[in-house]
Design a protein around this ligand. Structure first.
Ligand SMILES: Nc1ncnc2c1ncn2[C@@H]1O[C@H](COP(=O)(O)OP(=O)(O)OP(=O)(O)O)[C@@H](O)[C@H]1O
Ligand SMILES: [Mg+2]
Length: 262
């Protein structure tokens, strides 16, 4: 249902919901929505999920959106929150009405007390999928994300939506994702296949452990689904978290043609 020109050819649209590419996200949804976490003395499925990765461009934003679209097919309400204050992009990809040309008001505005949650929850082109954009660029992203208010807002959002998906900046560049990992129920760790560099992945893994993150699984982007088992982080000597692996993409050429269609 994306309108106009799709700026990210790997985002799902109504036309591609039946493709194997979409099916990979369904498998991911099935695995993560039924896995119980045991965190904050809560034993239940993860409802607030941070999508994180070591480096930029690994596919965090795409994973959050496509997973959100698929989750919203079977859940009453799914909320995506753009917690990437460094390079906010959800407003562009989900083209939310009046906010299509910029983030508009969003999370940062709620964090500084300039807006209420009700004012920033936006419709998306997908039923039951909601978005809170990053909002006005804040001068102090880490401070805001580490604040008690952020914790409170997240608790409130969790009351309103069945699942809350958080986008984030790359772990190797900023502390933001580690701060978010402390308050999210769980982390979905994205690795662009073939781009993982041993020492840096190791470092990020350690920091996530220090943040007491509950890693739900590792999502490999840009791999042939059939080849996924061959992509094995632990085989390279650097395992990340509980070894639940999922592969999403690359779309086939036929799927690409559908994906590229306006
Ligand atoms: N499963 C996938 N298979 C192939 N390509 C993908 C996949 N997921 C995302 N991509 C592509 O990778 C590129 C980067 O994706 P995306 O913007 O989601 O990454 P990011 O980690 O959020 O990047 P940034 O650090 O810029 O925020 C985009 O061109 C996107 O279409
Ligand atoms: Mg991104």
């Amino acid at each position: 249902m994306n309108q106009g020109k799709n700026i990210n050819r790997n985002l799902l649209t109504d036309a591609t919901l039946g493709t194997p590419f979409a099916e990979a996200y369904r498998a991911l949804r099935a695995n993560i929505t039924f896995r119980r976490i045991d965190r904050f003395t809560i034993d239940r499925p993860a409802r607030t999920i941070l999508v994180a990765s070591a480096a930029s461009g690994e596919g965090r934003t795409t994973t959050a959106i496509n997973l959100g679209i698929i989750m919203a097919q079977s859940s009453p309400s799914v909320l995506i929150v753009d917690t990437d204050f460094r390079k906010p992009s959800m407003h562009k990809h989900l083209r939310t009405g009046a906010n299509g040309h910029g983030p508009g008001i969003g999370l940062s505005d709620v964090l500084v007390g300039a807006a209420d949650v009700d004012q920033v929850v936006l419709n998306t082109p997908f039923p039951r999928l909601w978005l809170i954009t990053a909002g006005a660029a804040p001068p102090n992203p880490s401070e805001l994300l580490a604040s008690e208010r952020m914790h409170l807002i997240l608790s409130e959002l969790q009351e309103r939506a069945d699942f809350v998906l958080l986008d984030s900046p790359p772990c190797l560049s900023y502390a933001d994702a580690f701060l978010l990992a402390r308050i999210a129920d769980a982390v979905l760790y994205v690795v662009r296949a073939g781009h993982q560099e041993k020492s840096s992945q190791h470092r990020v893994q350690k920091q996530l452990q220090q943040a007491k993150a509950w890693i739900l699984g590792v999502v490999f982007t840009d791999v042939e689904v059939d080849n996924a088992p061959r992509v094995d982080l632990s085989a390279n000597g650097h395992a990340i978290g509980p070894q639940h692996r999922f592969a999403v993409g690359t779309p086939s050429e036929a799927e690409r043609q559908t994906l590229a269609r306006p």
